[in-house]
Design a protein around this ligand. Structure first.
Ligand SMILES: NC(=O)c1ccc[n+]([C@@H]2O[C@H](COP(=O)([O-])OP(=O)(O)OC[C@H]3O[C@@H](n4cnc5c(N)ncnc54)[C@H](OP(=O)(O)O)[C@@H]3O)[C@@H](O)[C@H]2O)c1
Length: 227
């Protein structure tokens, strides 16, 4: 027998990889990076649920996904609300996917660019709850479902700003730094439950969130942390 497996060079990525039979939750899937993740997972055969705050936009996306033949459902959820988060996981996702979830993508994020001395308490609380508290709580709530799948995976969408300073947006950067550390903690703590935890840290990507800050963004590297 040869030392490495033979790969059929005529095969496509879709025919070599499959997520058929798996389930995924992507937060904030109606725009930007989350939208692209929903489509990629669905293209590989996963049944995907996504959420955002805007029902009309969710319905528009689901209509387009249906036309493409993707299995995607959606519900309104403001991830800054603890009761919305609870309902999303313990009611909606749990009943849709029979109490099992393979993939949780903590994607929702927001930012407000100001010098540190000008941030108000409400800026701190909005950015912290949207970017970090929501991802932390959704991971906690999803733990029983991820464990029940016997092959769970959490992916946090972080940022290069969580690794280096870009000189603005100190609250945003702190949320992403916290997320990077949480990735390491959960990767170690939940490995015994067959749950992998990874963090992807994109650099500048043209989306609605990135547009207002494009002129002040100088970091070119993309960091991916795998555990
Ligand atoms: N774009 C970049 O350059 C860049 C770089 C590094 C990291 N990232 C990270 O990548 C992730 C996605 O960013 P993006 O640029 O794709 O953002 P985006 O285009 O603004 O999309 C954000 C998505 O999240 C939803 N959302 C926002 N706040 C929400 C809330 N409180 N509850 C529920 N849904 C909410 C939005 O829908 P609604 O507004 O309708 O709720 C939308 O679907 C973020 O974590 C961001 O920090 C982005």
């Amino acid at each position: 027998m040869g030392s490495h497996a033979e790969v059929d060079s005529s095969s496509t990525p879709e025919s070599r990889w499959s997520l058929e039979g798996t389930t995924a939750l992507v937060t904030g899937g109606t725009k930007g990076i989350g939208h692209a993740i929903v489509e990629e997972l669905a293209r590989f055969g996963a049944a995907v649920h996504t959420c955002s705050r805007n029902e009309a936009e969710l319905n528009k996306c689901m209509h387009e996904w249906e036309k493409k033949g993707f299995r995607v459902t959606g519900s309104v959820c403001d991830v800054t609300s603890p009761s919305d988060r609870q309902k999303l996981i313990t009611s909606t996702v749990s009943s849709l996917f029979d109490g099992k979830l393979n993939i949780l993508i903590n994607n929702v994020g927001t930012n407000k660019i100001k010098p540190t001395t000008e941030y108000k308490a409400e800026d701190f609380s909005l950015i912290m709850s949207t970017n970090f508290e929501s991802a932390y709580h959704l991971s906690q709530l999803s733990h029983p479902l991820l464990k029940a799948s016997s092959a769970g995976s959490i992916v946090f969408i972080s940022s290069t700003c969580g690794v280096v300073s870009i000189n603005v947006g100190s609250i945003y950067s702190a949320t992403k730094g916290a997320m990077n550390q949480l990735t390491k903690n959960l990767a170690c703590e939940w490995a015994k439950d067959n749950i992998r935890t990874n963090c992807v840290a994109p650099s500048f990507t043209t989306t609605s969130l990135a547009e207002p800050i494009s002129c002040s963004w100088h970091v070119a590297a993309c960091v991916v942390v795998f555990y």
